[in-house]
Design a protein around this ligand. Structure first.
Ligand code: C5P
Length: 212
């Protein structure tokens, strides 16, 4: 399969040296990419800034902002069998990027505008045989919110986990994998490596079922 994986955080610049971001490490996305490559798939990773090293045999496209990620994903998605969107995309960006480094001021207000939802826009162009996997980090009503996102973003698989897991799972939080056919698997306690292998196997099985 041709698999496109997004990983890491995005950076939304305020001025040339300051940005809004989050502490996503990119680890899970890179683990999925590594495993997929080992299984013989063709893998492209669109990566936000993170410390993960380049993977042998995996094409890596490095981006910073959500808009750059959207551009790359939309360009490549039509050629792909699978999209796995592990990236922690910033939901907002500054309304404008100041061209010069901002000078010290007493206080000021930064206006944010929403970023486009990459998954939502890409899934509108999804072909029947393509598979899309999304993630959701929730602070409450995990399953309820996850079920809504699975339908809303037209996903085949959604991995939902709670904020307690952010950056360090398996933490104290829960992990659920939801499928478009209604199944739910509780994966609480899975390490990132185990979760990466599990997801790849699930994607492969999903693909086989679609081809039947
Ligand atoms: O709605 P929520 O932000 O929880 O959805 C998370 C999922 O959507 C993740 O798979 C993330 O990569 C993706 N996402 C996106 N574009 C955004 C925000 C999130 O594709 N602007």
């Amino acid at each position: 399969m041709k698999i496109l994986i997004t990983a890491g955080p995005t950076r939304e610049y305020i001025d040339p040296v300051r940005f809004i971001s989050n502490p996503a490490t990119g680890t899970l996305g890179y683990f999925i990419a590594k495993k997929a490559k080992e299984e013989g798939h063709s893998v492209v990773i669109v990566s936000g800034p993170c410390d993960m090293p380049e993977l042998k045999g995996v094409e890596r496209i490095q981006i910073e902002s959500a808009l750059q990620m959207k551009h790359e994903v939309e360009k490549m998605f039509p050629e792909m069998d699978v999209l796995v969107m592990t990236a922690a995309v910033s939901d907002w960006r500054p309304a404008k990027k100041f061209p010069e480094k901002l000078k010290l001021k007493k206080s000021w207000t930064l206006k944010l505008v929403p970023n486009p939802d990459i998954l939502k826009s890409v899934s509108k162009k999804k072909k029947k045989e393509q598979i899309i996997v999304g993630f959701a980090l929730e602070s409450n009503n995990v399953l309820e919110n996850a079920k809504r996102k699975l339908v809303d973003k037209k996903l085949d698989i959604l991995v939902a986990n709670t904020v307690e897991n952010f950056g360090k799972f398996p933490g104290r939080g829960e992990i659920f994998v939801l499928y478009s056919d209604g199944r739910i698997k509780n994966c609480t306690g899975f390490s990132k490596k185990v979760l990466a292998s599990f997801l790849l196997k699930e994607i492969e099985q999903f693909q086989q079922r679609k081809l039947r």
